[in-house]
Design a protein around this ligand. Structure first.
Ligand code: HEC
Ligand code: HEC
Length: 273
């Protein structure tokens, strides 16, 4: 019996040591609350709510701020459209068909390569091809109503009159990414592919079905990088910048994934040979 109690006591010591170690020694990864998909009927909205929807899409589902931000400097800012866009329409190099700012914005979002802002083209294409994704497909996947909402938001943010109108004939309600209540649990991701799709890695990388072009092609990344290296490139992207690329990989994914999901993601990448 005393032997038995000794074993119990010993186990408790080990368990509490482990608990202490795991709290102090292992980085605690607490995922940020996930966006919950809430359906919104745009046809019953007023312009104010349509603009708010556009702002949410710009910062959330559209992942626009991953590239269009004041820090990375890898995409033009979109907050002073009269100054930036109006001269582009007059530029003799402009070969698109837009005649006003709203038209130019739609064109930029749907066919980004029609006009590439100088210095912002895809590497090695001499500004002939844009690294900006077509927002209708791939990792962004906007409906027409969502594109129009973002344009209303951008016009409003630049102090312009809103010239787009709210579509009244949309069949599908628009899912708006609302931040979930603090502390809310989300369903765990179940595969590396799902994580790549949900986190929008494909906006910048060629991986799975995505064709992003701002970061390195990851379709064979497992043949040049091992698991530890891949984990590092997610948790601390600034530590080792891949040659020829701008340091613009967002350092946010460590906070958005459970530890087990992070492992799933790096194992998936390691398998891409
Ligand atoms: C992967 C990075 C990336 C993402 C994500 C992205 N963009 Fe861009 N965008 C760019 C780059 C780079 C350019 C400049 C090259 C060009 O002219 O196409 C650009 C250009 C533009 C332009 C033209 C700007 C100008 O001054 O002429 C608009 C408008 C625009 N993006 C809107 C958006 C919106 C809205 C979203 C989100 C739905 C978005 N972008 C998402 C990289 C990105
Ligand atoms: C806004 C654009 C952008 C997004 C979004 C993005 N990355 Fe990156 N990523 C880059 C750039 C640019 C580099 C190269 C510069 C560097 O090493 O930091 C890079 C580097 C990497 C590397 C190292 C590649 C190599 O050649 O060693 C990996 C792995 C990677 N990213 C994975 C991901 C994953 C997984 C996601 C989604 C969870 C993601 N990235 C999202 C831009 C992005």
């Amino acid at each position: 019996m005393t032997q038995f109690l000794k074993i119990i006591a010993f186990s408790l010591v080990i368990i509490s040591l482990f608990a202490i170690y795991s709290n102090l020694g292992i980085p605690q990864i607490k995922p940020a609350p996930p966006p919950s998909q809430e359906a919104v009927d745009v046809s019953s909205m007023d312009m104010g709510s349509f603009i708010v929807l556009g702002e949410k899409l710009f910062n959330g589902k559209g992942t626009c701020t991953l590239c269009h931000n004041a820090v990375g400097g890898r995409a033009p800012m979109l907050d002073k459209l009269t100054e930036s866009i109006a001269p582009r329409l007059e530029d003799t190099a402009y070969k698109g068909t837009a005649t006003d700012i709203a038209g130019y914005l739609i064109e930029s979002m749907n066919e980004p390569s029609v006009y590439v802002v100088k210095g912002f083209g895809k590497l090695g294409t001499n500004d002939q091809e844009s690294p900006m994704p077509d927002v209708r497909v791939g990792s962004i996947g906007f409906s027409e109503a969502e594109t129009l909402a973002v344009i209303a938001y951008l016009q409003d943010a630049s102090g312009l009159d809103i010239t787009v109108s709210i579509p009244t004939d949309v069949e599908e309600p628009v899912p708006a990414a609302e931040p979930a209540a603090a502390g809310a649990e989300r369903a765990k991701y179940t595969s590396g592919e799902e994580i790549v799709a949900k986190l929008g890695c494909g906006a910048c990388h060629k991986i799975a079905q995505f064709e992003g072009a701002l970061g390195p092609d990851l379709t064979h990344i497992g043949s040049t990088r091992d698991i530890n290296n891949l984990r590092q490139s997610i948790l601390n992207p600034m530590a080792d910048i891949t040659e020829g690329f701008a340091p613009m990989m967002p350092p946010i994914y460590g906070e958005q994934l459970y530890a087990s999901e992070l492992e799933m993601l790096v194992e998936y990448m390691a398998s891409l040979k």
